[in-house]
Design a protein around this ligand. Structure first.
Ligand code: FES
Length: 230
């Protein structure tokens, strides 16, 4: 009984001492933690990393959104302005059949395609003639000088020749042969030509979107065809 009492008293005395020790050790450990640079940097780095990754996320979201907006606007722009199924001037324009164009006949106006079309006679060696060209030629009626509409004038004369019948611009007098070669006036070049397609049956399509600047090789651009009247 005496021993038990002694043991109980000793335990009750030791317990507060061991708790104090534990608290002390805890306080020391905490102080060490707060003064240890590695621990401090580790505890500070975590929120910093979180902050950086959040900033990166916001930045990436901003640029992604901006990119999507720009691409969307570009797509709408192209969709609106991209030519598709162009009809009339600027696209393919039917111009009848080769049988409609006797060789050497006066040029025929095509209002829809804004061109003159003619079956050139290679034997027409007159000043206003074909420069040896043979076949169909399509000439854009727009004057290369300042854009006036150039008519075929069967009775027009030119200062340089006694021949009558010229493409003669009413604005400043530029004058061209049947194959569109410039012979007089301020125009910087001959009349522009348009690409001609002819199918096996002789049906003609003029590609009014494919214009070639006029030049001394205009006669070489005439298109021949087996069904073209000769
Ligand atoms: S616009 Fe044709 S000559 Fe000037």
């Amino acid at each position: 009984m005496t021993n038990e009492t002694e043991m109980t008293e000793v335990d009750s005395v030791d317990e507060p001492i061991s708790q104090t020790t534990v608290w002390r050790e805890a306080v020391v450990a905490r102080r060490t933690e707060l003064t240890d640079p590695e621990t401090v940097s580790a505890t500070q780095a975590a929120p910093l990393e979180q902050d950086v990754s959040r900033r990166n996320f916001i930045r990436a979201s901003f640029w992604s959104g901006l990119g999507v907006t720009i691409l969307g606007s570009l797509g709408l722009f192209l969709d609106f302005f991209w030519p598709r199924n162009v009809k009339g001037f600027g696209g393919p324009v039917p111009a009848g059949n080769v049988a409609d164009y006797p060789r050497g006949a006066p040029p025929v106006a095509n209002q829809e395609g804004q061109f003159w079309i003619a079956n050139l006679d290679p034997n027409d060696s007159a000043d206003n003639g074909t420069d040896g060209a043979s076949g169909l030629i399509a000439l854009w009626r727009k004057c290369p000088h300042l854009g006036c509409t150039v008519p075929w004038s069967p009775n027009a004369s030119a200062d340089i020749s006694s021949e009558v019948g010229w493409f003669k611009c009413p604005c400043h007098g530029s004058t061209y042969t049947r194959s569109g070669i410039r012979v007089f006036g301020p125009a910087p070049r001959s009349m522009d030509t348009m690409k001609i397609d002819i199918d096996d049956a002789g049906n003609i399509t003029v590609q009014t979107g494919e214009v070639m600047p006029g030049g001394p090789d205009n006669p070489d651009r005439a298109v021949d065809h087996p069904l073209l009247p000769s």
